[in-house]
Structure formats: structure tokens, C-alpha cells
Write a protein that binds this ligand. Structure first.
Ligand code: 3UK
Length: 472
């Protein structure tokens, strides 16, 4: 940490300057994140599964002076580096290219002594980008105290984390979920963390749990469903080190909770967090779980469910969830209007529909926008639509969410083809591949329905609710 901080300082990075991190879960990530913060600079971990056009936007929007990237991720970002207007240095964890710096060389030649910058609890500490239904992602500016607040309320309060724990998160550190799970939670309490740089495939997760013996495992419902599909996993793998499994990112269907408990004898603790609030603010508690619900408010946060006019609804009625608590980010970077729409005084609008039952448990009822959570990651239907629209066979297209056999939402596209084009299974495969090639692959539509026309209002607006309800 100190060596990275000094290395960044020697490259001219000053307090408040941004440093973009395109890093796999690795010691380099940990040292870069803390090193930048100790210098008073502002690290911005970004999604390692995105495309060069996304990276182009992150670099220019943040005006980062330095990029630190893992070698295997350089191929995707390298083509746009000449267009990064504010970037001065590229540091590579691994073999650097021409004009780039080697992480190891820089760190080895830097001093291991570094005095922490004179920041306050309210200084910007790091940013995390969050996607919206339209427009570019928004940089959420998180302050120095935000992660302390989350670690104390949720990690200590709900998970009961201590220095005897060892965390393992399938959700990567560049997600707000993973960053708490596997970085500032264990560091706050003096616990250990297991960093896994590879793809979080179900069998690999079982193997890592058996080999590194974590006490807490964090995943998303889609991963738990995939792990449940591994035959005889309960007999093949030793999961005895685990005391807790946490689920977040999208709603956990009750059925998955029950199957996980029956197979592995472990509870799956569902809780909801957002990038804006940083980590989980409503959660189930070990031993008091209501399967299918998000649980109750984490002490330190307040929740309110309001109608369209902003008035609280009656218990049992569905409304928009608002949250109050001290880990809410300061603002969206350079997005004044979006900031005002979302953060209203001490309260933040989550964009989620919820109702609260008589025992105080919160039940998720979908989003108030069109955004989809697919495998715990945001997918904007508008982005998938405009990508498909670029294919020569497509006349009109609409993308909505559809539940798969496990009750988890995946994108489904309705396509009207141009005159003379016939709908074939080859074309369906081609359209899927087309999306995977153009934008981050996890956004591709899992189903494509060819239709003669799309349902529209008198003014020509696509009626998404009709498509959501439609059967194959
Ligand atoms: C949805 C959930 C139902 C919900 C996150 C844990 O997911 C995280 O942050 P994001 O900004 O997405 C936030 C949105 O995702 N969601 C998340 N968890 C649940 N819906 N049940 C859940 N348990 O729409 C929310 O608004 O990517 C998760 C910790 C920190 C996080 N930032």
C-alpha cells in the first residue's frame, strides 16, 4: 500500500486526483486501492467485463491521470488509450507494453514509508460507476466515512464478523458488493480474505471453498442456482469451514434458499444493497430468515415506502423504497440533475418497488424503471435494443426481462424483421452473437422472439408491460 502510494506520488498524482483501476481480484488491486486512498487520491475500480467504448467513457468522464490495469485486460482497453484526454501514465500488473510502466518495477523502487494524507471523514475516498436505463454510467462519489459505516453496521452488526473470519466473494472487488465483502470488511475487523482472479464458475467456487476454507461466502442468486446444478456437490466438496452464505445483487427466490439449505445445511442470507448506498441496508438475519424476503432494516439505516406523491403507503402496500443512512454517496460526478432526482436531502430513492409485511420484513416487487439485474449486474434494455437495431435484419426491437426456470430474470428480445427477411434459428443465433460481440457479453438476450409487430400506445410508445406478460 505504501509503496503504491509513493509510486503514484512520484508520477505526479496528488490529493483528489483520480486513479482508474482495471484490475482482477489480486494483491495489486488491494495495494492500489489503499495506496491511492492513503495518498489522498481517489481510486475508481471499474468492471473488468466491459468493452473498450465503456472504458473510453470512464477515462474521460473521471479525468483519471493514471490507469492501473491487469495485463490480461489490456487488450480490451489499449485501443482507446490514445483517446483518453487526461491520462498521463499506464501502469500494468504484468508485462508492460511500449510507453507503459511495470507495476512491480515501480513498487520495488518506491519507499515503504508513507504518511497518510490529511484527509477528513468527508473527503472523497473512491468512486464506483453505476449504470442507468439511458445515458452513460454515473460515477458515485463515496466519502472516507462511507466504508467505515458499512463495515460497522452490516459486517459487524449483521454478519458478526471478527478477526477469526475468512471471507471469499464470488462477486468481484470492482462491484460495490464485492468491495465490501472481500476488501474493506475483512480489513476493518482484521479478518482474512481469499482473492480469486478467475471467472466465478460454479465448480471452481466449490473447489476454492474446499481449498481455502473461508467462513463466509458471498455470491449472487444466479451463481447459487448454478452451484445447485452441480451434481452431488454436497458429497464431492467439503464446505465445513463455512458459517454463512450471503446473497445479494438481485432477489433470491425462496425456492433457491430452500434447496441450498436442504443440500448444504447452510442458510443463504439475502440482503439488498446499492452502489449509491455502498452496501447492504436491508437484510435477513442468521436464524430469522423469511425465505423470499429481503429481511429487515439494518440498524443505522431507515427505510420508507412511499407512493407516487411521496406519501408513505400503508403496511402491505407496494411503493417506492427510500433509504436514509450515512453511507449514501455524496453525488453523481458531474450529474447535478440526476443527483437531485435520486438523493433528496437525507433520503435516497433506490428505484425499487417494495412492500413491508406485519413483522417488518421487506418484500421486493421489481424496479420502478426498466433496468434489469442479470446475474446481479445491471443490464439496460435500451442499450441491448440499440445494439440489435444496428443489425441489418432488424426493423424494430424491444427488450424486457423474463424469469428463467429458477425465477431469475434474464433479457428477452422481441424482434420485428425487415421485409423479406425470414426468421430462422440461424438468425436467432446470429443476433445473440451480434450483441455479444458489440457490448459486454453478459448483456445478450437469452431468448429472441420474432414477432410481426410490437404492441404500442396511440402515440407509438412500446408497451413493455404487455411484452413482459407475454408467453412464448
Ligand atoms: C437490486 C436487489 C432484490 C435492486 C449491491 C449488495 O447490487 C448491488 O448494487 P447495484 O448498484 O444494484 C442495486 C440494485 O440491485 N438488488 C440488489 N440486491 C438485491 N434486489 N433483492 C436483493 N437482495 O434493484 C437494487 O436497487 O449493482 C448489492 C451490496 C452492495 C451493492 N452495491
Amino acid at each position: 500500500m505504501n509503496r503504491v502510494g509513493n509510486a503514484l506520488g512520484s508520477l505526479g498524482v496528488e490529493m483528489e486526483n483520480r486513479v482508474l483501476l482495471l484490475l482482477l481480484d489480486s494483491p495489486e488491486f488491494v495495494a492500489s486501492f489503499w495506496g491511492a486512498i492513503k495518498l489522498g487520491a481517489v481510486p475508481i475500480p471499474i468492471n473488468t467485463m466491459m468493452r473498450s467504448q465503456d472504458y473510453h467513457y470512464f477515462l474521460n468522464d473521471s479525468r483519471a491521470k493514471v490507469l492501473i490495469a491487469s495485463k490480461p485486460l489490456m487488450a480490451e482497453i489499449a485501443p482507446i488509450l490514445p483517446y483518453a484526454k487526461y491520462l498521463r501514465h499506464v501502469i500494468v500488473a504484468g508485462e508492460p507494453g511500449p510507453g507503459q510502466l511495470a507495476f512491480d518495477d515501480l513498487v520495488q523502487s518506491a519507499s515503504s514509508k508513507l504518511k497518510a494524507a490529511e484527509t477528513t471523514a468527508d473527503d472523497a475516498a473512491f468512486w464506483m460507476y453505476s449504470s442507468g436505463s439511458t445515458g452513460f454510467p454515473k460515477g458515485v462519489v463515496h466519502l472516507q466515512h462511507d466504508m467505515v459505516y458499512c463495515a460497522d453496521l452490516y459486517a459487524r452488526g449483521v454478519l458478526g464478523m471478527t478477526e477469526h473470519d475468512r471471507t471469499f466473494s464470488a462477486a468481484k472487488l470492482f462491484f460495490a458488493y464485492g468491495l465490501g465483502n472481500n476488501l474493506y470488511f475483512p480489513f476493518r475487523v482484521g479478518a482474512q480474505c481469499v482473492l480469486y482472479p478467475g471467472r466465478p464458475l460454479p465448480e471452481a467456487m466449490f473447489e476454492a471453498i474446499q481449498r481455502y476454507r473461508p467462513t463466509i461466502f458471498y455470491g449472487v442468486p444466479t451463481l447459487y442456482a448454478a452451484m445447485l446444478a452441480v451434481k452431488e456437490a454436497e458429497a464431492r466438496y467439503d464446505l465445513s469451514s463455512l458459517r454463512l452464505c450471503v446473497s445479494a445483487g438481485e432477489a433470491l427466490p425462496a425456492e433457491l434458499f430452500k434447496r441450498w439449505q436442504a443440500r448444504f445445511g447452510l442458510e443463504l442470507l439475502d440482503g439488498i444493497g446499492t452502489t449509491e448506498i455502498l452496501h447492504i441496508f436491508i437484510s435477513n438475519r442468521p436464524g430469522k430468515i423469511k425465505p423470499g424476503s429481503s429481511g429487515t432494516t439494518v440498524p443505522g439505516y431507515e427505510a420508507m415506502i412511499v407512493d407516487e406523491t411521496g406519501q408513505p403507503v400503508k403496511p402491505g402496500e407496494i411503493g417506492n423504497l427510500k433509504i436514509k443512512g450515512d453511507s449514501i454517496g455524496a453525488a453523481y460526478w458531474n450529474q447535478h440533475e440526476k443527483t437531485k432526482q435520486t438523493i433528496q436531502g437525507e433520503w435516497i430513492q433506490t428505484g425499487d418497488k417494495y412492500y413491508q409485511d406485519e413483522q417488518g420484513y421487506f418484500w421486493h416487487c421489481g424496479r420502478s424503471d426498466d433496468m434489469l439485474k442479470v446475474g446481479g449486474i445491471w443490464v439496460s434494455p435500451v442499450e441491448v435494443e440499440s445494439t440489435l437495431f444496428g443489425h441489418p435484419a432488424v426493423l424494430e426491437v424491444a427488450v424486457v426481462g423474463k424469469e428463467d426456470a429458477d425465477g431469475l430474470v434474464k433479457p428477452r428480445a422481441f424482434v420485428v424483421l425487415k421485409e423479406g427477411v425470414t426468421s430462422t434459428s440461424e438468425l436467432e443465433a446470429e443476433l445473440k452473437a451480434f450483441v455479444k460481440d458489440k457490448i459486454a457479453p453478459y448483456k445478450y438476450p437469452r431468448w429472441i422472439e420474432f414477432v410481426a409487430e410490437l404492441p404500442k400506445t396511440a402515440t407509438g410508445k412500446i408497451q413493455r408491460f404487455k411484452l413482459r406478460q407475454s408467453e412464448s
